[in-house]
Design a protein around this ligand. Structure first.
Ligand code: C2E
Ligand code: CA
Ligand code: CA
Length: 572
């Protein structure tokens, strides 16, 4: 502690002492040169000696005037001390030669002084210019490494800082990387505009700064992604930080009277546990982030080697999905949607199944997102509609078919005509087809979306809003598009959210649907209590394991036959 205080002071004392010693030495040497020359003149030493000593004093003075021009006081001092005695000795000497010498030297003195002053000026301006350009270069570099919206580092800044941090990393400390992605941020941009989106990002950045340790590196990694890098001693410390970050981001943001709530997903990887270089750390955090997203978002995950296996599996699914249709590994199952008043089956929802020869049954939740990402969903979707329509054409006239439609499908060229063609070929009337779409369709809604819906609606095809309550839930869509049904997401019925709050939401949605003359379906009904509760809340239709799981076409037909024969009603 004491040393830390004393050391810099001792060093600066040493520096000024050396400086003084240099000045004294310089002046003394110049003075001695001048005095020797003057002495030789006064004593009238042999002319060769006088010439030598005077020449020595003058050339030393001249040389020093330019060498020390950076410090003009020393340069001029040395010049005066070297030349002064010669001028004085010459001026008082009766010898004409000495007097001429004194005169020449007296003229030489101001000339040399002016030279050293101008050298000094030139040096000063060029040093100033160099300093300005260094400062400018530093500023430009800082700008190139900063994100303008948030003031955080950008991608380039992050890379630079990560390299620096890793070089400084000490002994057994761990180095953690957080990869953060705001959930559904695109919706904010799309519905409220980019300027609002930017303000949200900037607010999030402020919150991140507040929560992170002061020495953490925080960067905006493009779009709505952020990266935080910090050192730590334990995983527990990181868990606390991750939880506090999620919590801080979730706090409502007020912008121009709007109250926004943003959630985020997070992936965390650590060095040396998950990798020994930045690339593997980034890869780990990215995989962990992906894991958080697929598991329902608004959470954090630490990297785990199994995630790499998941990625491999995903890649396999991606490559095998195209072949699955040709190999007839896919089939369509049907889950009844039941009238809660009468217990009769009103429709069946077509749900695709993949029976893989080696991997066994694959869940649509696993392969549909892959199909969407790769665009295979268009081929797959057409196939599903055509197959399901063929089955549905065999059912009684009053039983309808519900088919799920991915956003990409309805934007594909000729999508509406494709669907109409498929049902015509199967012999299914358009009014018996209901397309289930989620709110995500409307995030990028444009003319294509509108035309698709209007064209099919004009033919009599109906639309249902699927998974209601999980997305942005803007009621504007309900007004704008001709929905005949709202399907309340199963998380409200059987998920974690179940309780008084979700009951109130179901009631409100049911009431609204009633007013708009839409039907309301409760999804995921598994128990008789749930069936009774949603019916009491105003839902008109129900779907779920309580009634039946999704079954192959022949079992769906059997359910209809049993119902027709009055043998069985799916009532509660
Ligand atoms: P979704 O449209 O919400 O379909 C309902 C899902 O809930 C189905 O899962 C169904 O089996 C399941 N489910 C029904 N009743 C219950 C219940 O009582 N409890 C529980 N826990 N679950 C129940 P599935 O078949 O695994 O499909 C998952 C999702 O995959 C679907 O969600 C849909 O988004 C997508 N999907 C399925 N088939 C297709 C398809 O043919 N095309 C497209 N584009 N997406 C599909
Ligand atoms: Ca559905
Ligand atoms: Ca659904």
């Amino acid at each position: 502690m004491v040393m830390a205080y004393l050391l810099p002071r001792l060093q600066s004392l040493k520096k000024s002492l050396l400086e003084l010693l240099f000045e004294v030495g310089a002046f003394a040497y110049a003075g001695v040169c001048g005095l020797i020359a003057a002495q030789c003149m006064v004593l009238n030493a042999p002319s060769s000696v006088q010439t030598l000593t005077v020449a020595n004093a003058m050339s030393y003075g001249a040389a020093m005037a330019s060498r020390n021009a950076g410090r003009p006081a020393i340069a001029i001092g040395q010049l005066v001390l070297a030349a002064g005695p010669v001028i004085i000795a010459g001026a008082i000497s009766p010898d004409l030669a000495h007097r001429v010498l004194a005169g020449i030297t007296a003229l030489f003195l101001p000339a040399m002084i002016s030279i050293s002053v101008s050298i000094f000026e030139v040096m000063r301006t060029s040093i100033a210019a160099a300093e300005t350009s260094t400062r400018l270069a530093e500023k430009m570099q800082l700008l190139a490494r900063t994100d303008v919206v948030t003031g955080l580092y950008n991608r380039a800044g992050l890379n630079h800082h990560l390299v620096e941090r890793l070089m400084r990393l000490q002994g057994n400390r761990k180095f953690a990387l957080f990869w953060l992605d705001l959930d559904r941020f695109k919706e904010v941009n799309d519905t409220l505009g980019h300027p609002v989106g930017d303000r949200v990002l900037s607010e999030i950045a402020t919150r991140l700064r507040k929560q992170c340790p002061p020495d953490a590196t925080i960067a905006r990694f493009g779009g709505d992604e952020f990266i935080i890098a910090c050192e730590t001693d334990s995983r527990g410390e990181l868990e606390t930080l991750a939880a506090s970050l999620l919590e801080a981001i979730t706090q409502p943001i007020r912008i121009d009277g709007d109250r926004l709530q943003i959630h985020s997903s997070m992936g965390i990887a650590m060095m040396p546990d998950d990798g020994n270089d930045i690339d593997s750390l980034m890869q780990g955090a990215d995989l962990a982030l992906y894991h958080s997203k697929v598991n329902g978002r608004n959470q954090f995950s630490f990297f785990d080697p199994s995630m790499t296996r998941d990625l491999v599996r995903r890649r396999e699914i991606e490559s095998e999905l195209r072949l699955a249709i040709q190999r007839e590994e896919l089939s369509i199952y049907f889950q009844p949607i039941v009238d809660l008043g009468t217990g009769r089956i009103r429709s069946f929802e077509a749900l695709v199944r993949w029976f893989h020869p080696e991997k066994g049954e694959l869940k649509p939740d696993e392969f549909i997102p892959v199909a969407e990402e790769t665009g295979v969903i268009i081929t797959l979707g057409n196939w599903i509609t055509a197959q399901a329509a063929k089955t549905a054409a065999q059912w009684p006239e009053d039983v309808t078919l519900c088919v799920n439609l991915s956003p990409l499908q309805l934007r594909a060229p000729g999508a509406a005509l494709g669907i109409l063609g498929a049902i015509r070929e199967a012999g299914l009337k358009p009014s018996r087809l209901e397309l289930e779409i989620t709110e995500s369709v409307f995030l990028e809604a444009d003319e294509t979306t509108d035309n698709f819906i209007r064209q099919l609606a004009a033919e009599g095809v109906r639309f249902a809003l699927d998974d209601f309550g999980t997305g942005y839930s803007s009621l504007g869509y309900l007004d704008k598009y001709p929905f005949s049904k709202i399907k309340i997401d199963r998380s409200f019925v059987s998920g974690l959210d179940v309780g008084r709050k979700s009951d109130a939401i179901i009631r409100a949605v049911a009431e609204m649907a009633n007013t708009l003359e839409m039907e309301i379906v409760a999804e995921g009904l598994e128990t008789v209590e749930q069936v009774r509760a949603v019916r009491a809340a105003g839902c008109t239709l129900g779907q779920g394991y309580y009634f039946s799981r999704a079954v192959p076409d022949y079992l769906a037909a059997l359910l209809l036959v049993q119902e027709h024969e009055g043998a069985r009603r799916l009532t509660a």
